[in-house]
Design a protein around this ligand. Structure first.
Ligand code: NDP
Length: 519
């Protein structure tokens, strides 16, 4: 193409792009026709809540959207004695209203699901499982590729991973193309020591590239969008630093209480449940440096640098940096709800925090002295997840004499829930003869101009496991650095003499704001 034609093409594009963004994107590429290997997904703990509510619906949805490999088998395992038909019926019930079209698809899909009862402490039962899987591989040509998904209480991760390993099922057969992957759900330990111990147990039989530590938050489209937003637009990166940003708030609140998970939550509390994983990941995505390519280990290398740069928490001065709360009785959506201590299976004198606000700093060039305020809690006024970038005020206001007031600084919000959106607030002139400012908000809704399917977080996680793409999964070094930051905080909170005083009781359905006075 000669230069004249080229310049006229550029000019045309410029004109076209003013009003109608010309998305030169292959839709197939984005919707995902995944090049996944044939495989068998073995779910341990398949009679449980996670399998019924999340995993099987996600797999079935992927099947409906042609997201699964053609040769896929699913094996549910558990102590409960069930046959294939009973297990399939249980899963079918969980999918609830299967209408005509989906029902006929389910009848085809359900034949890929099997059940095998196991005894986790008994090696022989796993030897039988290995034989069963081998036969299944041969019959369905799944090439010996296997994902072991531990949908089990975390206390069983080590035992089960080791039993899988002892039967040779963790062994990867490079020549025959047979891979073996293990998936575990948070929590990854309950402090630094136990996280290291868990990893040592897993690493006896599995290598790091075989271990998929899930944080399903990371698989949400809008969470991934943080990196696209930051690194696919030239205009934000130059101002994404201490010179222009005053502080950043990361919020993940919910209206739900502890529900049926009191046994786990009583031992965990909000810091282990939310901060050690989801909040730290949102922090890392917001603060990390760009990678040279969007590739699993490069992304994870940049995240670990953020965790390494976290300023050690000033435990001697805890009150200025951390506020803990626990919900009392209150009202949610007009309905009375009990206090945390009155929930089933919760200790009537429990000191477990259900709310925390924490101020953290990242000691590096970009973020020196910019506070990152992280807030998460249960039974609050609204379910909301967002990252708010609060910019600094203008250095000097030329309107001060006329307006006699400070100008409200710009604010950028990356909304994840309830609305997946990006909003930017800035000042404009109020129409009229007088010089008057008014803040306005520019909104982008994530689903805008898009009508295709959006992958549920578990669907994305399962696809990435099948593809062997670890970008969205925790690497052990990050798990450890994150625990290294939080363990001293937990120790200080749990061992201190004034533990009860530290815990503010807030009304369910409020924002807990009567005591939350950090920034
Ligand atoms: P469940 O408590 O429902 O347990 C899953 C299965 O594990 C049970 O059906 C049971 O199967 C088996 N099991 C339970 N206790 C024991 C035990 N003491 N010894 C041996 N087997 C046992 O767990 P979930 O399905 O809720 O969660 C699984 C994992 O996923 C957990 O690590 C959880 O933290 C994590 N997770 C769960 C989420 C959810 O929404 N449920 C969300 C995020 C993470 P059987 O008796 O048939 O052997």
């Amino acid at each position: 193409m000669d230069t004249e034609k080229l310049s006229s093409k550029i000019a045309m594009n410029e004109i076209v792009n003013v009003n109608t963004p010309d998305f030169d994107i292959d839709p197939e590429k984005c919707l995902g026709v995944y090049d996944t290997d044939p495989c068998t997904i073995v779910i341990m703990g398949a009679t449980g809540d996670l399998t019924v509510r999340k995993l099987i619906p996600a797999l079935f949805n992927l099947y409906l959207n042609k997201g699964l490999p053609k040769r896929l088998q699913i094996v549910g395992c558990g102590r409960t004695e069930l046959d294939d038909q009973q297990f399939r019926k249980k899963m079918e019930n969980a999918l609830m209203a299967l209408d005509g079209k989906n029902r006929s698809k389910w009848l085809l899909f359900k034949d890929t699901i099997h059940y095998f009862s196991v005894d986790y402490d008994n090696l022989d039962s796993f030897i039988d499982l290995a034989e069963f899987l081998k036969n299944l591989d041969q019959k369905h040509k799944t090439q010996g590729n296997r994902i072991f998904y531990l949908a089990l209480p975390p206390s069983l991760y080590q035992t089960v991973a080791q039993t899988i390993g002892q039967t040779g099922l963790a062994h990867e057969n490079v020549n025959n193309n047979g891979w073996a992957r293990i998936v575990i759900e948070k929590p990854f330990g309950r402090d630094l020591k136990t996280a290291v111990h868990l990893d040592q147990g897993l690493r006896k039989f599995f290598q790091e590239h075989q271990i998929f530590r899930i944080d399903h938050y990371l698989a949400k489209e809008t969470v991934q969008n943080i990196l696209m937003f930051r690194f696919a637009n030239a205009i934000f990166e130059p101002i994404w630093n201490r010179r222009y940003i005053d502080h950043i708030t990361i919020t993940a609140t919910e209206t739900l209480g502890v529900e049926h998970r009191a046994g786990y939550y009583e031992q965990a509390g909000v810091i282990r449940d939310m901060f050690q994983n989801h909040m730290m990941q949102l922090l890392a995505l917001t603060a990390m440096e760009p990678t040279s390519r969007f590739e699993a280990n490069q992304v994870r290398d940049e995240k670990i640098k953020i965790f390494r740069s976290l300023r050690p928490f000033p435990v001697e001065n805890l009150h200025d940096y951390l506020i803990l709360g626990q919900y009392g009785a209150g009202t949610i959506d007009g309905n009375p709800v009990p206090a945390y201590r009155d929930e089933p299976n919760v200790n009537a004198k429990s000191l477990t925090p259900t709310f925390a606000t924490m101020k953290a700093f990242i000691d590096n060039w970009r973020w020196q002295n910019v506070p990152f305020v992280l807030t998460s809690g249960k039974r609050l006024a609204q379910k909301r997840t967002e990252i708010a970038i609060q910019f600094k005020e203008v250095p000097h206001s030329i309107f001060r004499q006329t307006l006699g007031e400070a100008i409200v600084a710009n604010r950028l919000i990356l909304g994840i829930y309830p609305e997946e959106k990006v909003t930017l607030t800035f000042q404009t002139k109020q129409p009229g003869a007088k010089v008057c400012l008014r803040p306005v908000t520019m909104n982008f809704y994530y689903n805008q101009n898009y009508s295709g399917p959006i992958l549920d977080a578990y669907e994305k996680v399962l696809i990435d496991c099948m593809l062997g793409d670890q970008t969205l999964f925790w690497r052990q070094d990050s798990v450890e650095r994150s625990w290294a930051f939080l363990t001293p905080v937990l120790e200080e909170c749990e061992d201190c003499h004034n533990r009860e005083e530290m815990l503010h009781i807030y009304d369910a359905g409020s924002w807990g704001s009567n005591f939350s006075n950090i920034k």
